[in-house]
Structure formats: structure tokens, C-alpha cells
Design a protein around this ligand. Structure first.
Ligand code: MRU
Length: 360
């Protein structure tokens, strides 16, 4: 997608054996590129959410392994890198999927082959992500057209950021929005703020960069907007989809699914294969990340002169709970949209799209 009119990815390798990312902790106030030079930089980037969003976390982890092996490629170094990256964020399964894929590829190779193979595989995962998200956009547009009929204007509600910034390019939930715009459909997106990390601000920024009309709302406004009418569909991403179709996504997603059901509005979840965890039976088995309490106590922004500022909302001893994700039961999901097409949010639906996952 574009930044200031220039096609840009969220992550890319640079000559000399480093990786550049867009530092998402600086958005929407400034778009800054940050260089990751070693494993510690990659671990920090994921944990601190300089990169975030399930698919992008997976790609960054893959490059993190490549950065580590460029220095030392023996079994201990490989294991250390995988363990350090795996410990960064528990819920998005793309991270663990990417690390398992690299381990399976690299472990049998000679030490001399490993570093180059890791770079190539990380680049392959990144390119696959771009293509899968592009396909999600096409399939998602088809689902919207089939569900809503041929409309000149579509009103979408989304939560968190499941756009280009959460992937390498195109996004998951926003890919159908971009596809609809490209097809000449008039789309307007309602963007929920997504406290406490305010990923909705990232969504508003990237939609603005692509010229997509959108309106930011407080999280608590979503229920009323759905009840009042005028929203055609809710479209969100996922951090992990269990084998039965339950969906872990950013905290607050479940409330939107409940409100959508009450209002009779379809609730769609868009995600690539790397987000589907066939080894996880249902939502109860998905680990939910608990993040730092200061994410609620302290807000970040810019002052009138554009300088970065922190503002304390609550004293340091204020008791706070900060679960970063929730689980939307499959029964509330109208359809899952993947790079292979759409399906009901059921085990059978998923296996029909991914028959190679049928065992026994
Ligand atoms: O904590 P984050 O910002 O990494 O969480 C991101 C989300 O929950 C997204 O909605 C999800 O990863 C889908 S991204 C394509």
C-alpha cells in the first residue's frame, strides 16, 4: 500500500544483513523507519509492538531467526533464537507457525547453509503473506457482494488494525475494503479506537493514506451504531482461529460480535492460513496475552508543537487488568475469509478449505 503516495511494505531486508520496519509505535504522528540489526532488535520490535498484527509478527520472527543465524548458526544459536522470539507474544499463532517452519527447514541443514536459507525463507514467508492477503481481499469482496448485493456504497465497521500495517501488505480485514475501492465501490469504514493501544488510530492513518473515507469512533460507540442501523457488515482480523472456528482477536472483538448479532449485521473474520491453528481444539485453549498495566495508566500522543509526550492518567499503584485479546465463539461468526475462499466458522468449514489438514 502507499505512504505519501509511494508503494511501501511494512518490513523489508536491506543490504548488509539487516531488516527495516515501519516503527508503528511512532504512528500516526510520524512515519519512521527503524533498522533491526540483530536478534535482540527483532525481539524488542515484536514485544514493544514496533511491529504488530499477527501476520507481520510472524514475518518479523522469521527475519529475527535470519538475523541471529547470520552471527552464529549452530544448534544452540538456532534454539536460543527460536525460544527468545517465541516468548515475545503468546496469542498470535503466526509467530509460532513461522518459527516452526524455519526450524523444520534449518535444523537438517549444515551450519554453512543455514544463514542464507533463513534469509530466503523469511523473504518467501513475506512474499506469501502479500499474495495471501491480496487473495483475501478478492474473496472478501466476493463475500460482501454476495451478502449485500450490488450496492454503490458499503458501510463497514472494523476493530483494531487488521490492515496493511498488520501484515506485509494489503492487510486481512482491510484487504476487501481496498479491493472494493479498486472495484469502484464507494466504501466508508467505521474505525473503533481500540483502547488501550489505540490500533484504530493506525487503521485511520492507513485508510487516510489510501484515500478511503473513514470515521473514528470510541470503542463504546460501536454497539449503538450497529443498533441504530446503517452498518452493512463488521469485518475484523484474527490472531488465532481454533480448529472449531472460534476466533481470538483484539480485546473488544467479542462485544462487537455480540452487538452485530443483536443488530442482525453479518460479522466476518478475515485471516490467512498462518492464523489457523488446527492443533488448537477451541477458543478455551488459546493463550490470552496479559500486557503491561501501564498501557492503561499512561497515554502517548503529540503536543501542540508535534513533540512526543506521555500523559499519566492513573497512579502507578492503580490496579489494572489488561487482557490484550478475547475469544469470539464461532457461532457469532458469519463466515471466515481466507486466501482459499470463505467458509462457515466450523471445523468442517475449515477442513473443506484445507483438506490436507484432515488426519485419520
Ligand atoms: O496486539 P496487536 O496489535 O498485535 O493485535 C492485532 C490484532 O488483534 C489484529 O486484529 C489481528 O492481528 C489481525 S491482523 C491482520
Amino acid at each position: 500500500m502507499k505512504v505519501n503516495g509511494e508503494p511501501t511494505r511494512t518490513i523489508w531486508p536491506v543490504p548488509g544483513g539487516a531488516v527495516d520496519i515501519i516503527d508503528q509505535t511512532r504512528l500516526p504522528h510520524a512515519c519512521r523507519v527503524r533498522r533491526l540489526k540483530d536478534l535482540a532488535d527483532a525481539v524488542h520490535a515484536i514485544r514493544s509492538m514496533q511491529v504488530r498484527g499477527a501476520p507481520l509478527i510472524g514475518v518479523t520472527a522469521a527475519y529475527g531467526v535470519a538475523l541471529a543465524l547470520a552471527r552464529r548458526a549452530d544448534d544452540v544459536a538456532l534454539q536460543t533464537a527460536i525460544e527468545a522470539l517465541a516468548a515475545t507474544r503468546p496469542t498470535a499463532v503466526n509467530l509460532h507457525w513461522a518459527l516452526a517452519r524455519l526450524r523444520a527447514l534449518l535444523a537438517p541443514l549444515s551450519l554453512a547453509e543455514r544463514a542464507a536459507a533463513a534469509w530466503q525463507e523469511a523473504a518467501r514467508i513475506a512474499d506469501e503473506d502479500v499474495e495471501q492477503c491480496r487473495r483475501i481481499g478478492q474473496h472478501g469482496l466476493h463475500v460482501l457482494r454476495a451478502g449485500l448485493g450490488l450496492r454503490r456504497r458499503i458501510e463497514i465497521l472494523t476493530h483494531c488494525n487488521a490492515g496493511w500495517l498488520a501484515t506485509v501488505d494489503h492487510g486481512t480485514a482491510l484487504a476487501p475494503v481496498y479491493a472494493a475501492c479498486a472495484a469502484g465501490i464507494d466504501v466508508h469504514v467505521w474505525v473503533s479506537e481500540t483502547r488501550p493501544r489505540n490500533q484504530g488510530l493506525l487503521t485511520a492513518w492507513e485508510l487516510g493514506q489510501q484515500g478511503v473515507p473513514h470515521t473514528l469512533i470510541a470503542d463504546n460507540a460501536a454497539g449503538w451504531l450497529l443498533a441504530r442501523g446503517g452498518i452493512d457488515a463488521v469485518l475484523v482480523g484474527a490472531d488465532r482461529i481454533a480448529a472449531n472456528g472460534d476466533v481470538a482477536n483484539k480485546i473488544g472483538t467479542w462485544l462487537k460480535a455480540l452487538a452485530a448479532q443483536a443488530a442482525g449485521v453479518p460479522f466476518y473474520v478475515a485471516a490467512p492460513r498462518s492464523t489457523i491453528d488446527f492443533a488448537c481444539p477451541d477458543g478455551a485453549a488459546i493463550p490470552i496475552e496479559e500486557r503491561d498495566a501501564d498501557e492503561l495508566r499512561v497515554v502517548h500522543g503529540g503536543d501542540a508543537a508535534g513533540r512526543r509526550r506521555k500523559l499519566r492518567l492513573l497512579p502507578a499503584d492503580q490496579a489494572v487488568a489488561n487482557p490484550a485479546f478475547d475469544v469470539t465463539p464461532a457461532a457469532l461468526v458469519s463466515a471466515l475469509i481466507t486466501e482459499r475462499g470463505s467458509c462457515p466458522a466450523t471445523g468442517q468449514g475449515l477442513l473443506a478449505l484445507y483438506p490436507e489438514e484432515r488426519h485419520g
